[in-house]
Design a protein around this ligand. Structure first.
Ligand code: HSE
Length: 308
């Protein structure tokens, strides 16, 4: 038996919602899991498109692979260990760019393995395992559900989330530079503690963000997307980010410009004017010799799905 699951890319944080907000994008990874019948054939992991996605070369294909680690936790949950499995990973999401590529394959692998096992785990268990592997729930939640989500991880490991009604008119322009930034490096520059005034700053904005999404309030959204918990510390890791943010503040129809997840991609939320936004980002990065791929998307409302 063989199961393939397609799972969307995601953008976490969205400015003020560090480790909490996330939304899904119409870019996909596909994980296929096959039970091999040959006893003793062990675990085989293949990355299918290394030529198109050069960073895929660095994905481990042994038991350090995150898809394998997630599947192993699922098997352990039912008192078993994975034995003979072939795992194929097809990467359509840029790697180490802040677009949730790892959350996507973890989610896809868990859903595929759960199907193979006859669905012993419900969504809550799968989300909890995915979050344990990923470390935070903000990418894995929209990878499961699609749409825009707010998610929290309880001390028990269970994830509480809600999906918000993202306005269809709000587009996401995703600017992917030609350099990578590993999440652990991007997290290593964050302080252990933050000033209370900065915590309160984000608390106010995250509350307003939720209201702005619910009521399609563009003026409130412009105010709400600012952040003081992570972006100021990460600015130095993404050349040109500060300039681009400053320029886009005054650009018509821009609601916010944020680091996508832990970076280095930049996401610009706007109610239009996407050609001018692309031009501004391209010009700023060209000036410092950063090449970028920039595309505008609608949010992906559907989450992970079994495709065969
Ligand atoms: N919330 C996470 C971070 C997303 O910003 O580090 C990265 O996976």
């Amino acid at each position: 038996m063989k199961i393939s699951v397609q799972t969307p890319a995601t953008i976490a944080n969205l400015g003020c919602g560090f480790d909490c907000f996330g939304l899904a994008l119409p870019l996909y990874n596909i994980v296929t899991i096959e039970e091999t019948i040959m006893p003793g054939s062990g675990i085989e992991i293949n990355i299918l498109d290394k030529e198109e996605n050069l960073e895929a070369e660095n994905i481990p294909t042994d038991k350090n692979n995150i898809v394998y680690k997630a599947i192993e936790l699922l098997y352990n949950y039912i008192g078993q260990s994975p034995a003979e499995l072939k795992i194929n990973i097809k990467t359509g999401i840029p790697i180490a760019r802040g677009l949730g590529s790892s959350a996507s394959v973890i989610t896809g692998g868990l859903i595929a393995a759960n199907e193979l096992l006859g669905r012993p785990a419900d969504e809550a268990v799968l989300l909890s395992i995915a979050t344990e592997i990923e470390g935070h729930p903000d990418n894995v939640t929209p990878a499961f559900t699609g749409g825009m989500t707010i998610a929290e991880i309880e001390d028990s490991g269970s994830v509480t989330y809600r999906k918000l009604p993202w306005p269809k008119e709000w587009k996401i322009t995703v600017c992917v530079p030609d350099f990578e930034l590993a999440t652990d490096i991007s997290r290593s520059v964050l302080p252990e503690n933050v000033p209370i005034k900065d915590a309160v700053y984000n608390l106010r904005r995250a509350s307003m963000f939720v209201q702005a999404v619910h009521t399609k309030d563009e003026e409130l959204m412009k105010f709400a997307m600012n952040d003081r918990l992570h972006q100021p510390y990460r600015m130095k890791l993404v050349p040109g980010l500060n300039n681009i943010m400053q320029e886009l503040k005054h650009t018509d129809k821009v609601l916010g410009c944020v680091l996508a997840g832990a970076g280095p991609s930049i996401a610009v939320i706007s109610s239009g004017n996407t050609d001018e936004i692309k031009e501004i980002v391209h010009t700023s990065w060209d000036n410092i010799n950063v090449n970028a791929k920039i595309h505008t998307y609608n949010i992906e409302e559907n989450g992970a799905k079994i495709i065969n």
